[in-house]
Design a binder for this molecule. Structure first.
Ligand code: SAM
Length: 225
């Protein structure tokens, strides 16, 4: 499980680059996205896809390759695999296999750390981070309001991911249920238009409405005291 950049292609470790150059196969979410990263570093890995839709169906194939001694890296499109990204089912399959396999047949799993939007956002927010809850993506419709109420009632900082399609709607919802909370929105982290907006939901809403271009891009939202 190998972490890749969340925007700026320089955000990858030396170890990750070495491993991408050494493994037999790099499984990735989208070969076009990962190819760009590999091209930047002149790496010529054997790239194959495994995304959220195909993860279930590809596990047996990957397990056969691993049991055969092949070295495999898994990368998602951006950031750390398994954090609101595919990879969990594969790791779980390897762990199940290892439980029943003998000592000499164990498959080693390593996390190759690197960027994650979650940690990057918290590191620039200036809000309590000693205890926080991470909600991934909120539901698009059913259960969304219930979850937003839960977020607003939490005494801990709550962090979640939101897409540009729903960021404005989210601010209206936070305005309705969390007018007393501090909202931090980390947008386009590590990229050209990177910025952090902080204030009440009302303040952020005004910022978005006065500058519609700020509603574009990728967002991490944090709700705190
Ligand atoms: N596994 C990834 C990680 O470790 O950060 C997250 C993958 S999730 C499918 C993608 C979401 O992460 C985006 O919709 C956005 O909410 C957040 N995200 C990813 N890159 C970001 C960035 N550069 N700036 C802000 N948020 C980002």
């Amino acid at each position: 499980m190998l972490a890749t950049p969340i925007g700026n292609l320089e955000d990858i470790t030396l170890r990750a680059l070495r491993i991408l150059g050494e493994v037999d196969i790099v499984f990735c979410e989208d070969t076009r996205v990962t190819r760009k990263l590999l091209n930047k570093y002149d790496l010529h890995a054997n790239l194959q896809s495994m995304n959220a839709c195909s993860e279930e169906g590809k596990i047996d194939h990957i397990m056969d390759l691993l049991a055969d001694g092949k070295k495999i890296a898994y990368v998602s499109d951006a950031g750390t695999p398994c954090i609101s990204d595919p990879g969990v089912k594969l790791v779980s399959a390897v762990r199940m296999f290892n439980k029943s396999a003998g000592h000499e047949k164990q498959i080693k799993i390593a996390g190759i750390p690197g960027a994650s939007a979650l940690a990057t956002a918290l590191s620039v927010a200036g809000i309590p981070t000693n205890k926080f809850l991470f909600f991934g993506f909120l539901p698009k419709k059913k259960g969304r309001v219930t979850m937003i109420k839960e977020i607003c009632e939490s005494k801990y900082t709550v962090v979640f991911y939101e897409s540009s399609h729903r960021i404005l709607k989210l601010m209206y919802q936070l305005k309705a249920y969390a007018s007393h909370k501090k909202i931090t929105v980390a947008r386009e982290l590590t990229k050209v238009y990177e910025e952090v907006l902080q204030g009440s939901a009302d303040d952020i809403l005004a910022e978005f409405e006065n500058n519609p271009q700020k509603q574009k891009g990728e967002f991490v939202v944090m709700v705190s005291e």
